[in-house]
Design a protein around this ligand. Sequence first.
Ligand code: RTP
Ligand code: MG
Length: 156
Amino acid sequence: LLHGSRKEEKTLAIIKPDGVSSHYTNKIKAVILESGFAIVREKILQLDEGNATYFYSEHSGKSFFPRLITYMTSGPVCLMVLEKVNAVSDWRTLIGPTDARKAKVSHPTSIRAMCGVDLERNCVHGSDSRESAAREIAFFFGDINTGKGDRKHDEL
Ligand code: RTP
Ligand code: MG
């Protein structure tokens, strides 16, 4: 049965530098798999200023942008393409609100509540729409069906 709302989707997950350095990678991957996502691509790399700036360009000019770029380039990140029915919205629900400190109160079982620190250091990223997911996956993994175009990033 192929109905619009039951279609397999892909989304981009990132375990941010604080999540990797605090040794949350395996815990977060376990939660991902227990929640019914498949991890179809994965790599660890360190973002440079150029690709972090491009990736978060929707926030350029905001007061927190320079801090965000410093944070996101501060150490290795774990990039994953997740696949599941309704993956984009289900992954956003699983990670919880942006502010990890508030998440600990309002969504205590969310990943940001369990592994994040505050409004900035919230340990994980999730694509915010199907369009963002397609763009972000192509940026980091190229065309994941053909394997072409993935030359912008040096894997660790
Ligand atoms: P993300 O894009 O990383 O999945 O996070 P999000 O959608 O929940 O939040 P967004 O508004 O897109 O913000 C991107 C990241 O910027 C940092 N941030 N700092 N006022 C602040 O200091 C502030 N606000 C946001 C967080 O790391 C946030 O995830
Ligand atoms: Mg966002």
